[in-house]
Write a new protein. Structure first.
Length: 240
């Protein structure tokens, strides 16, 4: 089976000489709900930046459903939706427009983009806010706005960079429920998090990244199974 995401020997050395990714490899299978867990500064956002071509890698390769991003990023982009860690939309643009405009980026007809915007704003509880400027939204709403925007072209792979950081527990739960539902409908999901609880309760498989290296890559179940692993997790938990 072709992996939804295949990362091989990925390296990133920033312009200042800092080596943020030291040659990481992992795969995510279609349909999976996958966690990339690690403390601040581990290299999670750098990895996602490379996948969506915002960060230029210095070595290795990335394929999305078998499409090498260096060979055909336009095709890979159609399969990929990304919710970045930082808010990256205009605060003065209206909620509906922020989502609908994104459709143009994928060559979607305006009418289809508007239908999808309505669908996802409703599903994410933002339909009431459609005519409001983004700056008026709470942090949790802004995050959901970015999720709606990332889904406009109904990507097969959705990657979310710390989607629940700073979101209170109740909102976090409702976001989890939404993500579980779209995963059930067939979307492969990868999220980065530094909450172990989030990885445990949502994800089936996990990679743990620390200082630019993958230090564990297994199923959540087997990670939790043995005492050694639990001790290991406690160590990681302390580090987070
Ligand atoms: P995470 O998302 O896991 O918190 P990041 O991928 O954002 O980690 O960052 C990994 C490391 O790379 C950190 O030490 C960070 O300071 C460093 N880093 C990130 N962006 C840059 C940059 N533009 N130039 C130099 N170092 C960077
Ligand atoms: Mg980050």
């Amino acid at each position: 089976m072709t992996a939804a995401l295949s990362i091989s020997n990925l390296q990133k050395t920033y312009e200042n000489g800092f080596q943020a990714l030291k040659g990481i490899s992992f795969e995510v299978q279609p349909g999976d709900f996958f966690a990339l867990l690690g403390p601040n500064g581990a290299g999670k956002s750098t990895t996602i930046g490379v996948i969506c071509s915002l960060v230029r890698k210095t070595g290795g390769s990335v394929s999305i459903f078998g499409i090498d991003i260096d060979r055909d990023f336009a095709a890979a982009k159609q399969m990929l939706g990304v919710v970045p860690q930082e808010f990256n939309f205009s605060q003065f643009e209206k909620v509906f427009d922020i989502v609908a405009t994104q459709g143009g980026f994928y060559g979607m007809p305006r009418k289809l983009a508007e239908e999808r915007t309505e669908k996802y704003l409703k599903q994410l509880g933002l339909w009431d806010k459609r005519a409001v400027q983004a700056r008026m939204l709470s942090g949790g709403m802004k995050r959901r706005l970015m999720i709606a925007r990332a889904l406009i072209h109904e990507p097969k792979l959705l990657i979310l960079d710390e989607p629940t950081a700073g979101v209170d527990i109740e909102l976090r739960r409702s976001m989890w429920t939404f993500l579980e539902e779209i995963n059930r409908q067939g979307t492969t999901i990868i999220l980065t998090t530094h909450y172990l609880e989030e990885a445990e309760s949502l994800c089936r498989n996990i990679a743990i990244i620390d200082k630019g290296d993958i230090i564990e890559n297994t199923s959540i179940r087997s990670l939790l199974k043995t005492l050694n692993r639990e001790v290991f997790i406690l160590d990681v938990r302390d580090a987070l």
